[in-house]
Write a protein that binds this ligand. Structure first.
Ligand SMILES: Nc1nc2c(ncn2[C@@H]2O[C@H](COP(=O)(O)OP(=O)(O)OP(=O)(O)O)[C@@H](O)[C@H]2O)c(=O)[nH]1
Ligand SMILES: [Zn+2]
Length: 208
C-alpha cells in the first residue's frame, strides 16, 4: 500500500499536522514490536510512539521516493577549461543496514574528473543521501553512488570512499565499538591510472 501525505485512506491514522497518513496495520506492527521488546504499548509514554516510529521510518527511508539520477541532470559547461579533480570531502550521512535495520553513520568522499561539464556540487551530496536513505549494505551504497555519477555525468573518472560505523556491530551482536568500515569504488582513470588514483586518495586525506 502506498502512503500518500495528506491523502489518508479508510482506517488510516492521520497525523496531527496532517503531513503523513499512517496506515493502522503499520502502527499495529510497531505496537507488536514494543510488546516483543518487553514493554506495554498502552502506557502513556508509548501511546503515540507507533505513529512517531512509522513517520520516522518514512524519513529514514525517504530515498525510495527519490531518483538520485535526477539531481545530475543539470550541468554547467562554462568552467574556464577546468579539467582537474572535483572532490566533495567529509560528507556526513546516515543510513540503515538491511540486516538489522540499525543505523549506519559515517562520512563519504566523492570525487570525479569532469569531461567538458561539471555538476552543482550539492548534487553529489543529494545523490549520496538518495541512496543512503534506504536499507543498505555499505558496499552497495558505495557502488550505487559511484555508478550513478559514472552513468549520468559520463566523467573521465569517479572515486567514492565511504567510512562508517554500524550500530549492529556496536550496540548489539559482537558489541565492538570504535570500528569503522571503509569501502571504495574507483572507476575510469582512478581505476586504470595509478597516479590518478594516488592523487584522488591524497586529496581525500587517504594516502594510498
Ligand atoms: N558486508 C557488510 N556486512 C554488514 C553490513 N551491515 C551489517 N553487516 C553484517 O551483516 C552480517 C549479518 O550476519 P548474520 O550472521 O546473518 O546475522 P547475525 O546473526 O545478526 O550476525 P552478528 O551481527 O554477527 O550477530 C553481520 O556480520 C553484520 O555485521 C554492511 O554494510 N556490509
Ligand atoms: Zn546490521
Amino acid at each position: 500500500m502506498t502512503v500518500v501525505p495528506g491523502e489518508p485512506e479508510d482506517g488510516d491514522l492521520v497525523a496531527a499536522d496532517g503531513k503523513i497518513a499512517v496506515p493502522s496495520h503499520v502502527t499495529d506492527a510497531i505496537r507488536t514490536l514494543i510488546e516483543w521488546a518487553g514493554d506495554d504499548p498502552t502506557r502513556e509514554g508509548l501511546v503515540d510512539t507507533p505513529k512517531r516510529v512509522a513517520r520516522a521510518w518514512r524519513e529514514y527511508c525517504a530515498g525510495y521516493a527519490d531518483d538520485p539520477a535526477i539531481h545530475l541532470a543539470r550541468v554547467f559547461e562554462e568552467v574556464g577549461g577546468y579539467d582537474e579533480i572535483v572532490l566533495l570531502k567529509d560528507i556526513p550521512f546516515q543510513s540503515h543496514c538491511e540486516h538489522h535495520m540499525a543505523p549506519i553513520i559515517g562520512v563519504a568522499h566523492i570525487a570525479y574528473l569532469p569531461r567538458n561539464h561539471v555538476v552543482g556540487i550539492s548534487k553529489l551530496a543529494r545523490v549520496l543521501h538518495g541512496f543512503a536513505r534506504r536499507l543498505q549494505v555499505q558496499e552497495r551504497l558505495t557502488a550505487e553512488v559511484a555508478d550513478c555519477i559514472w552513468d549520468n555525468l559520463k566523467p573521465l573518472g569517479v572515486a567514492v570512499v565511504i567510512e562508517a560505523t554500524h550500530a549492529c556491530m556496536t550496540a548489539r551482536g559482537v558489541r565492538t565499538p570504535g570500528v569503522a568500515m571503509v569501502t571504495s569504488r574507483m572507476m575510469g582513470v582512478f581505476r586504470d591510472d595509478d597516479r590518478s588514483r594516488k592523487e584522488v586518495l591524497a586529496l581525500m586525506g587517504r594516502p594510498a
